[in-house]
Design a binder for this molecule. Structure first.
Ligand code: NAD
Length: 225
């Protein structure tokens, strides 16, 4: 017998990701969108219905309010908002003592695998030049992308070298990341291309379903796979 659907609050509901989340959640009988919030329409806390998990794909300016709401309601937060400050990451980590809290720079399965490949390649290529190239649509505000920074952190941990980042903002590119190791006379490129932002929305919805009912803690996406 199927249990009651997980009740979702979508923060950043009018955005590109918010719209994908709402459309895909509506097609999933295990999920139910009960509240949608955003910049122009953040109702007072008292007006918001009861929810099980909040999903945040807004902006660094929108993040603090949804985190505060989750802490007040003692509900899990799944956030994919990029460009957060060090202080905001610290608040999220601390929130893990009171609620299940998850942030990921990228909710696609392919990028989770790319991260592992980069960690592996980096162990053997410590003396090669390390570059991270990323392309996104012209509306993306932060650069380098959150995914590029996460891949860079993985590569830095494996090689001990700081990567050089290269960002391109062009057309309607959903998201492309290349981790490039360059040696003398040879080069390795590990590439991920997202062609549809539904992959991020599906990953975040999967994470929301999984985090519902989990113990308090600061989770990584890989913890829920
Ligand atoms: P968008 O600009 O299309 O949408 C942003 C939404 O957030 C809008 O609904 C806007 O009204 C709302 N918002 C902005 N500032 C706010 C505020 N101060 N208070 C309340 N709401 C606010 O952007 P998008 O393409 O949907 O991306 C949203 C975020 O998700 C960005 O940070 C982007 O980099 C990130 N993103 C993450 C992943 C991932 O897998 N982690 C994937 C794609 C995008």
């Amino acid at each position: 017998m199927m249990g009651a659907p997980v009740k979702l609050l979508i923060h950043g509901a009018s955005g590109r990701m918010g719209q994908a989340l709402i459309r895909l959640a509506q097609a999933n009988p295990l999920l139910k969108v009960v509240a949608m919030t955003g910049r122009s329409s953040f109702p007072s806390l008292a007006e918001l219905p009861e929810f099980d998990v909040a999903i945040d794909f807004s902006s660094p300016e929108g993040f603090d309010a949804v985190l505060a709401l989750c802490l007040q309601r003692k509900k899990p937060l799944v956030s994919g908002t990029t460009g957060l400050s060090a202080a905001q990451f610290q608040s999220l980590k601390q929130a893990g003592e009171q609620i299940p809290a998850l942030w990921a720079s990228n909710y696609s399965l392919g990028v989770a695998v790319l991260n592992r490949l980069v960690a592996q390649a980096g162990q053997w290529l410590k003396h090669w030049q390390l570059d991270i190239l990323e392309s996104h649509h012209i509306h993306k505000k932060d650069a380098p992308s959150g995914t590029a920074l996460s891949l860079g952190e993985t590569a830095r941990a494996a090689t001990g070298n700081d990567p050089v980042y290269h960002s391109l903002r062009c057309g309607d590119v959903v998201g492309e990341h290349t981790v490039q190791f360059t040696g003398q006379g040879e080069r390795i490129e590990l590439v991920h291309r997202a062609t549809n932002r539904d992959i991020f929305a599906q990953g975040a919805l999967f994470a929301a379903e999984k985090i519902h009912g989990k113990l308090n803690g600061h989770y990584q996406f890989a913890d829920l796979l």
